[in-house]
Structure formats: C-alpha cells, structure tokens
Design a protein around this ligand. Structure first.
Ligand SMILES: Nc1ncnc2c1ncn2[C@@H]1O[C@H](COP(=O)(O)OP(=O)(O)OP(=O)(O)O)[C@@H](O)[C@H]1O
Ligand SMILES: [Mg+2]
Length: 255
C-alpha cells in the first residue's frame, strides 16, 4: 500500500547550520502520529516545509504518491494538506462564523470575494464545521470573546472546512488545561475516524502524546532517532536519553 505521507531524505540548513538531516518516514492513511523532540529539534521547521511555507534543501515529500515538495502553500492545501499553527490566529474582529466564511470566500477567487460580502456566503457548511468542533452555539459571538481553548477549536474548524486528507497541527494543545487538552484531542481523534483523516501533530505534553498517538516519531537535533508504536518508544533508551529523561513518562493506560 502507498503511504499517505511519505518523506525521504529531507534536509534543511540555516546559514550552514543543519536543522533537518536526512529525515524520512511513512505515515499510513488514518494514522494519528505525534512528532516529538526537545525545543529547537526542528519540528516546526519540518511542518513549514510539509505545508509549503518553507523550502527544503533536498529530499522528497509524497502525498498519496504525488510529489508536493516545492509547491506553494495554497497548492499544498488544495492537494489536501490542512494546518493549524503553534500560535493560533483567528480574525479577532470577525464573528466566529465569519471566520469560517472567509474560508469559503477565500476559495472562490478574488472577483467573487469582492462582489459578495462575508455575510452573504452560505451559513450551512460553516455551521456544520462549527458543530464538528462543538462551537455552533458561539457562531455569532465575536471571535475575540472566545476562550483560549475555543479559539483553538475555531482554528481547527477552519482547517477542517477545507476538507483536508492530512492535518498537520503544531502544538495544538499548548497553553490548555489538562482536561481541555484531553477533550480537544478526543475531538480530533473523533474527526480523524469520521473523515478517515490522517493527523500529524507536535506536542510537548507526554500524557497527550501517549494518550492519543497511534505512532510516535522522535526528532533530536534535526535527526529522526525513533519512529515506532507508543509502547516501543516508551522503552527506547535513546529516546529516553534525548528527550523523555526530562519529562515524566505517563502510565500505559490510554486517556
Ligand atoms: N528563520 C530561521 N533562521 C535561522 N534559524 C532558524 C530559523 N527558524 C528556526 N531556526 C532554528 O532551527 C532550529 C529548529 O527550530 P524549530 O522551530 O523547527 O524547532 P521546534 O522543534 O519546533 O522547537 P519548539 O519545540 O521550541 O517549537 C532551532 O535551532 C531554531 O533556532
Ligand atoms: Mg515548534
């Protein structure tokens, strides 16, 4: 079977300093994979390259067997790659539903967008996307009134509204309370199952990683030092030394 996402020999340096070295992995369709590693390991850099925002120095990235490395972010998104960012940024001056309507309007082209105010775009698909993340009741609230966790949900709804086959989430639950984290990731898992959507996320909280990832990739100073099932990662001495040594490893029980 072709992997959904296939990365080979990916390399990136900043001013001669290697940030990613020979990174390669395959992620099958529908998997929820976590990319972990210490601060500065290169996780966000890898995401920026996968999403088309940053160029690589070499390597290849295949989505369903088709090369996407080097495409612009918009073209990568059209191929089915959705993203949420380390710092989330819904438009604070718009209402919650208007934030989603910008997605529909954005896909319609410049002239269509110009001719039609946001409020004139169909509400139904936008409401459906908000329902998926439990925000339908907030549809007409100003986005700036959302709690931190709800702003993250809105950002997720905006990514889901584009129907991604692969969702990249950079530290989706950073800054959330533990209970909020679990609820958010439960929802992501639910959405992944319902849509058959592959998820790759970065995360520093080990309870979240071991509670939700079906697979864990470990990056250390730009190199992938492990790529395995959670149970195998837990017992990996190299991973413990590089990373887990500084963080408590949670018990085996899933969240
Ligand atoms: N634009 C840039 N110019 C030069 N160096 C950069 C640039 N962006 C990132 N770096 C460096 O690349 C390395 C990887 O950074 P990156 O943000 O990918 O790490 P990360 O794993 O996402 O870390 P964190 O867990 O803190 O988010 C770091 O050493 C960082 O300082
Ligand atoms: Mg980062």
């Amino acid at each position: 079977m072709t992997a959904h996402l296939s990365v080979r020999d990916l390399r990136k340096s900043y001013g001669g300093m290697p940030v990613l070295s020979e990174v390669g992995f395959d992620i099958p369709q529908g998997e929820i994979a976590a990319l972990i590693g210490p601060n500065g390991a290169g996780k966000s850099t890898l995401f920026s390259i996968l999403g088309g925002a940053l160029s690589a120095d070499g390597g290849s990235v295949l989505l369903d067997g088709a090369a996407i490395l080097g495409l612009a972010p918009e073209a990568v998104a059209k191929r089915g790659v959705g993203r949420t960012f380390q710092t989330s940024a819904p438009y604070r001056s718009l209402s919650v539903i208007e934030n989603l309507l910008t997605i529909a309007a954005g896909g319609a082209g410049f002239w269509a967008r110009l001719a039609r105010p946001l409020a004139a775009w169909p509400r139904q698909p936008a409401l459906a996307a908000l329902s998926e993340v439990g925000l339908a009741e907030m549809a007409d609230s100003p986005a700036r009134a959302l709690s931190y966790g709800d702003a993250k949900r809105l950002e997720l709804a905006m990514a889901l509204a584009r129907g991604p086959a692969l969702l990249l989430m950079d530290e989706p639950t950073a800054g959330m309370a533990p209970s909020e984290r679990a609820a958010f990731m439960d929802m992501v898992r639910e959405r992944s199952r319902a849509r058959g959507m592959t998820v790759l996320f970065t995360e520093h909280d080990m309870a979240t990683v071991f509670g939700f990832a079906t697979r864990i990739l470990v990056l250390d100073r730009g190199r992938l030092i492990a790529d395995d099932a959670p149970e195998a990662i837990r017992g990996d001495a190299l991973v413990r030394r590089a990373y887990l040594g500084s963080a408590p490893v949670p018990p085996t029980k899933p969240l």
